[in-house]
Write a protein that binds this ligand. Structure first.
Ligand SMILES: Cc1ncc(COP(=O)(O)O)c(C=O)c1O
Length: 427
């Protein structure tokens, strides 16, 4: 009997778990920037498992370190310490901006977001949180309430005390203005939001330096300085969600927020930190971490195998100067996409930083074109290339290869993307 992944998925998995493509793709193995499906067909991977395979599939240094750890011990729980956990905590304290120092290791971004929110509330003694429209922060009740997208919310997204501020989305400016003449009306509106929809004293502003699931919405450079200053004026701390933007992804810097000149009180990591091993981490200023009183455990948090993967991933990122490499190859990818933008009417906007590039597909008058995005992805798959999709309307292609991608692979990707555009123009 032939293998029936679509039927098996429908029968045994929650339908809410959305897979890409009409015929779900079953991946078997990967190496560097390439993955192979169970039929032996290879694909250029320009999504990296949602920006998670940061230093390449089966990276030898990460796999080697995990292999060594596998033979020693794979579970301790947070009731005991393990060496890789302490190693990663020390490395993070050294490489993160400002005075960020104390880490709490978890299993996913969602858990790390929860920990960040609890930490901010415990530290400030307040409970109101400001999040941004078009944000994504995970899948728990709190995280989906923080999330600024109706499609990703559930019946449980009703946590009280969370309000949503404008983001810096210049292509679809909610104030119908143009940067820089707008004087950052989007960021300045935060003050009005606090005065009119909260008690006037908030616990935190939480935001992604570049919005990931939102479609790589890249704010104007001054957005965060203005917004964070307002949040602090009303007593809030700044929680920076670096789950997608962290560890060199945005090019030239280790963390996305470093482009915007703001030092957060709390940062959240997951995804690319361990090159695919399950991980989440909240790092905070020491006084904030110390204010989370009481007892707490995470059975799998700080798991030695994930921590070994994270330690090796950080080493690769630093030793191989990945942020600089990302800036260089990201520049090539961006230049090629800008050429496609100039040639094809259905490309409305190309944006992002480093190897976090979004391509917003539109019809007449910037109308979001999610169907074109779906066709684009199917077509790219046919040509042997995987890409991601996002945006409130599902019309933004997301290009995020492993950060170790080579120049030649970027050229190969641009060639394929050009062919997809030509096919769509003929359709
Ligand atoms: C910015 C951001 N924060 C938090 C999360 C939640 O992470 P996880 O899926 O590991 O729970 C995600 C996941 O995509 C994310 O993109």
């Amino acid at each position: 009997m032939p293998y029936r992944p679509k039927e098996l998925k429908e029968q045994y998995l929650y339908p809410a778990i959305r897979t890409y493509y009409d015929e779900p793709l079953v991946l078997d193995h990967g190496m560097g920037t390439r993955v192979w499906d169970i039929g032996g067909r290879d694909y250029l991977d320009f999504f990296g498992g949602i920006l998670t395979v940061s230093v390449g599939h089966s990276n030898p240094r990460v796999v080697g370190r995990m292999g060594e750890q596998l033979k020693k011990i794979i579970h301790t729980s947070t009731c005991y310490l393990n060496e890789p956990m302490l190693e990663v905590a020390e490395k993070l304290a050294k490489i993160t901006p400002g005075r960020l120092q104390k880490s709490f290791f978890l299993n996913s971004g969602t858990e790390a977001i929860e920990t960040a929110i609890v930490s901010a509330k415990a530290h400030t003694g307040r409970h109101e949180i400001i999040s941004l429209r078009h944000s994504y922060h995970g899948r728990s009740a709190v995280a989906t309430t923080l999330t600024g997208h109706a499609p990703w919310k559930t019946v449980a997204s009703t946590t009280p005390g969370i309000v949503h501020a404008h983001n810096g989305y210049c292509y679809r400016c909610p104030f119908k203005q143009t940067y820089p003449g707008c004087d950052l009306a989007c960021a300045r509106d935060l003050e009005e939001l606090i005065k009119t929809t909260t008690s006037g004293a908030v616990a935190a502003l939480i935001a992604e330096p570049i919005q990931g699931v939102g479609g790589f919405i890249t704010p104007p450079p001054e957005f965060f300085q203005i917004a964070v200053e307002i949040a602090r004026k009303y007593g809030g701390v700044f929680i920076c969600d670096e789950v997608q933007t962290g560890f060199g992804r945005t090019g030239g810097k280790l963390f996305g927020i470093e482009h915007w000149g703001v030092e957060p009180e709390i940062m959240v990591f997951a995804k690319g930190l361990a090159n695919g091993a399950a991980i989440g981490c909240t790092i905070a200023l020491p006084e904030i971490a110390d204010n989370l009183k009481g007892s707490t455990i995470s059975t799998f948090g700080g798991n030695p195998l994930s921590m070994a993967a994270a330690s090796a991933t950080i080493d690769v990122i630093l030793d191989e100067e990945i942020p600089q490499h990302v800036e260089q190859v990201g520049g090539l990818l961006m230049a090629g996409l800008r050429e496609l933008h100039a040639e094809h009417k259905f490309i409305g906007d190309v944006r992002g930083k480093g190897l976090m590039i979004g391509v917003e597909l539109v019809g007449e008058n910037k109308t979001p074109a999610p169907q074109v995005a779906v066709q684009f992805m199917e077509c790219a798959r046919e040509l042997g290339m995987l890409i991601g999709r996002g945006g409130l309307y599902g019309n933004v292609l997301r290009l995020t290869p492993p950060m170790t991608v080579k120049d030649t692979e970027v050229a190969e990707a641009l060639d394929k993307l050009g062919k997809v555009c030509d096919q769509l123009n003929q359709a």
